[in-house]
Design a protein around this ligand. Structure first.
Ligand code: SGN
Ligand code: CA
Length: 524
């Protein structure tokens, strides 16, 4: 027994020594080689997952976006917390809900507070080289939030656009916005300090209204007739807020400004940006179309369906350049040996309706707006071809990116890092319910404010203000969200449990405004 122990102790000592040696070698190897990864974010504007072939779209092929999915992960249930450009970007940067970061609506009179904690500034302070190029739309300038920035003012222009530089000068650059943003991004990468990891935030203007394509893509879908979404002729029965919106293809979408039928080239400021040659190409295409439109004398449903077809043709043509430019950026990474050590994220600031419920635009908590495309590549960490059903939120990006960079996540950030999901495809105790709160009313689309909770199967929404109502959907049985089950189920355990989850999330995220509405309801 004694002999055995002795033998065992000396074996243990030798093993321990071996391990100490092994660990010290590993640490020095790791220190030399474990360079923090670069981060490249491409955030588009209003790009619907229904128009991305990696999400199963039959509307068009997006081979370059699909390439990121093939080499990485596609999130099937990535959601925003307030489906609007400025608020979504503010949540991206801060990792916080709108009521905490202060940006609830796109509003000139209430600019984003740039001095709060932002993931980009933390990366910058921790030796990342940070850049921001393209759409920003936070009404305030980026200031010291990035080492370098060059942004388009407000929504930006598609043709020969203006850019604001760091010295606050505005310069006009000739060409098509999506190409220019790629060009500026690769130029910045060419001149970066290669001794540091980089984080580049690319804000695309595409595919925002009024869907103006690169001139080489005009007519790219003219031989196609797109099927109407099954709920295109929604009558909004049982759904007062949906009924009272102003974002329908039939009534809101404009023939001239949106669909370029007999556009007044003198009135709309952006057409005056085109040079003579560009204007001639543009006019040739849309004047032929206008004549054709006149000859048909469309009305009623025929007119609405003509508008839908034209909307999709312009929208998808604009998306063609977006996908092509994403390909250019991926090629740049390949050519410069950066692909292996760069995390690439492709996402849209929110989803978008492509005719579902008869709509364009976003804002509502219904699926096509609340869910947004998120596709990500991280060689060596994410297994190629992964598809995840877990619900991630736009407030999760800031904590995830900080964790990827090996930095601590401030406790004040409300999102959760989904790095464990990326590494293993699962995460302990991942959220089972997502909280949403939308505010902007009445302009520009008369979408009533609302908040709610989405689980894997159900969605409970509380509209307040002008259209006071509860709504309940069974997403499995009714993915088009056409049947509001609330009246039928309001006294059931299901509704009680969803209300409990909603109230718990409201407390967790400290949304006092929503809490007051709920409290007033239970104690009239
Ligand atoms: C503009 C658009 C709206 C759109 C908002 C917000 N009208 O006001 O249709 O909802 O932007 O979009 S437009 O005639 O000026 O195009 S966001 O993506 O920036 O939030
Ligand atoms: Ca947007």
């Amino acid at each position: 027994m004694f002999l055995f122990l002795k033998l065992n102790t000396s074996t243990m000592k030798r093993s321990a020594l071996f391990f100490v040696l092994l660990i010290s070698c590993t640490v020095s190897w790791a220190q030399k080689n474990n360079k923090a990864p670069n981060i490249l974010i491409i955030l588009s504007d209003d790009h619907a997952y229904q128009a991305i072939s990696a999400y199963g779209s039959k509307l068009m092929q997006t081979p370059n976006i699909d390439r990121i999915a093939k080499e990485g992960v596609i999130f099937q249930n990535a959601c925003v917390t307030n489906s609007l450009c400025g608020p979504s970007r503010a949540s991206w940067l801060t990792g916080k809900y709108s009521h905490v970061n202060g940006l609830k609506v796109n509003n000139l009179s209430n600019p984003f507070n740039i001095n709060q904690e932002l993931f980009s500034r933390i990366l910058k302070q921790r030796d990342y080289q940070t850049g921001l190029i393209g759409k920003w739309h936070l009404q305030t300038l980026p200031g010291d939030a990035f080492d370098y920035w060059k942004i388009v003012p407000d929504q930006g222009q598609y043709y020969n656009p203006d850019f604001i530089e760091m010295n606050h000068d505005t310069v006009q650059i000739q060409g098509y916005i999506t190409d220019i943003i790629t060009e500026l991004s690769t130029q910045w990468l060419d001149h970066r300090d290669t001794s540091k990891p980089f984080c580049l935030f690319i804000g695309e203007k595409a595919t925002h209204r009024a869907w103006l394509p690169d001139l080489q893509d005009l007519g790219a879908f003219d031989d196609r007739t797109f099927p109407l979404p099954p709920n295109f002729y929604d009558d909004y029965r049982d759904r007062i807020a949906a009924k009272n919106q102003d974002m329908s293809i039939a009534k809101t979408m404009l023939l001239d400004e949106d669909l370029k039928v007999h556009v007044n080239y003198l009135e709309k400021a952006f057409y005056s940006r085109l040079n003579a040659e560009q204007l001639a190409t543009f006019k040739t295409y849309y004047e032929k179309l206008s004549k054709d439109f006149d000859s048909h004398h469309y009305s009623g449903r025929e007119l609405t369906e003509w508008k839908y077809q034209r909307f999709l043709k312009d929208y998808l043509s604009t998306a063609r350049s977006l996908d092509r430019n994403i390909g250019k950026i991926l090629d740049y990474l390949d050519k410069n040996g950066l692909s292996e050590n760069t995390v690439v994220i492709y996402a849209s600031d929110q989803g978008f309706y492509l005719g579902e419920h008869g709509w364009f635009d976003k804002r509502f908590m219904y699926e096509e707006s609340m869910k947004t495309p998120v596709i990500m590549r991280y060689p060596g960490v994410i297994k190629a071809g992964t598809s995840l059903d877990e619900m991630i939120l736009n407030i999760d990006f800031a904590p995830t990116l900080l964790e990827i960079a090996g930095l601590n996540v401030p406790v004040s950030m409300q999102g959760a890092s989904f790095l464990p999901l990326l590494k293993t495809g699962k995460a302990e105790n991942w959220r089972k319910a997502a909280y949403y709160h939308y505010y902007e009313y009445p302009e520009p689309h008369r979408v009533s404010p609302h908040f709610g909770v989405r689980t894997e199967q159900y969605k409970l929404i509380r509209f307040y203000g002008p259209n006071d109502a509860w709504e309940l959907y069974d997403l499995k049985k009714d993915p088009g969200e056409m049947k509001n089950l609330y009246e039928e189920k309001k006294d059931t355990e299901l509704v009680a449990s969803l209300k409990k989850q909603l109230s718990a999330l409201i407390s967790q995220y400290r949304d006092d405004e929503a809490m007051t509405i709920l409290k007033n309801e239970s104690h009239p």
